[in-house]
Design a protein around this ligand. Sequence first.
Ligand code: FAD
Length: 460
Amino acid sequence: MRITVLGGGPGGYSAAFEAARSGAQVTLVERERLGGTCLNWGCIPTKTILRSARIVADTRHAEEFGLHAEVASVDVERLRERKEGVVDELVGQVESSAKRLKVEVVYGTGRMVGPKTIEVETSEGTRTIESDAVVLATGSAIFKLPSIDHDMDGVWTSDDAVALREIPKDIVIIGGGVIGLEFACVYAAFGSKVVVVELMEQVLPGNDKRVVKMTQSKLEEMGVEFHLGDAVETVERVGDRMRATLRGGAVLEADIVMSAVGRMPNSAGFGYSEAGVEMDRAAVKVDEYFRTNVPGVYAIGDLIGGMMLAHVAEDEGVAAARNAVAELSGEEPTETVCHDCIPACVYTFPEVAVVGSSRDSAKERGIDVVQAVAKFAANGKALGEGESDGFVQLVAEKGTGRIVGCQIVGPHAVEIIHEVALAMHHDLSVADIAHAVHAHPTVSEVIKFAAVDAASKCGL
Ligand code: FAD
């Protein structure tokens, strides 16, 4: 059985590797580098840069720890080399896995020219690949505000920020979502004056109020300024500076204006509609098994919209590959992804991690819930580490104690959220977490404290 995967990001390469492990003959088509947005321009480079920013931020508090230390300067070239080293290492590992699993990688831009036919423009000419099933995984592209000339010197997107050419003296970031705030954190730590402009009345739109309030106030402590409920109307270059004029009348000047207003499914010009694939604007429409309306054609990851996260793309890729193999073997597809218990993380200082619903969104969904909050300020490990700001907020169904969601702001939030995500995946209750022994001293104990409180509120 022959399966072709279009797009070599985390979704695409996970699908390709899973299909190969199941015995399929797999071709993976990638127009740039394996690893996609995540490894090359997204998750990995940003977290590598954030690590350096964290060292700078921590060093500012060295005196509190009885240490005399300071960061004399930031060596951008060295930072870039380190980031590229990490990215190259991971891309190399994906390339090696492809070789080991005998996945044929074809470099070039692919296009659907028939339901199961992909035409690839390679450096050696056009190649046509016929297969029994196709997985579309062309990811997402940066959404560009039409009012801004992105080719103008001094206008950046996240790709430019990740390229690490310079640390601007000052920067206006348009968009207070995850990407905007992570870069606000980076530049504030490196000493830039940072202003964030967000159209909505809050940063991290869609998130719980307590999470939003604390995240904003910690960034303000780092010197970040916010213009909420406002929009950048025009961006112009004045001499060697940028000028952004806001709808509310404010005029902001900076070295750089960075646009971080989101991403959109990357489907334009790849022949999907022409091949009969049903679309929802730029996103490919799929059912719960990641099947499009065209038999034998599946789609996954950022391309199908929803939660645009690398781990979602990976799990969807594995599920789509298994379903494709099952259907080609004459069986029914069975693999789905539980989209209700996906952790979503923001790598600000402190970190934010959420899974499932907040109390307000649970209520909107008609679920009767209790909420318990435990603070890191009462946790020995957090106090010892000097990171006692933050909380764990656990939301559980009244009566049964079934976990409905969790919001964490605080140290190691992005690591400890998985205890709750796993519990939700297995439909466990707050009493199950409360009864599990947690090692001491750990920041995970804060989850246990919240669970004990929630269990008692549920009468368990
Ligand atoms: P992509 O990773 O976009 O991969 C698609 C691939 O398809 C690309 O390699 C592209 O070159 C290729 N391609 C596209 N069209 C064609 C074509 N016609 N022919 C051949 N190849 C093609 N997510 C997280 O979970 N955690 C994070 O911390 C995080 N941080 C991020 C930070 C930034 C700055 C950005 C921009 C994104 C971040 N993301 C993060 C999101 C994450 O990168 C994406 O959700 C993830 O990469 C989606 O995977 P994918 O496989 O669906 O698509």
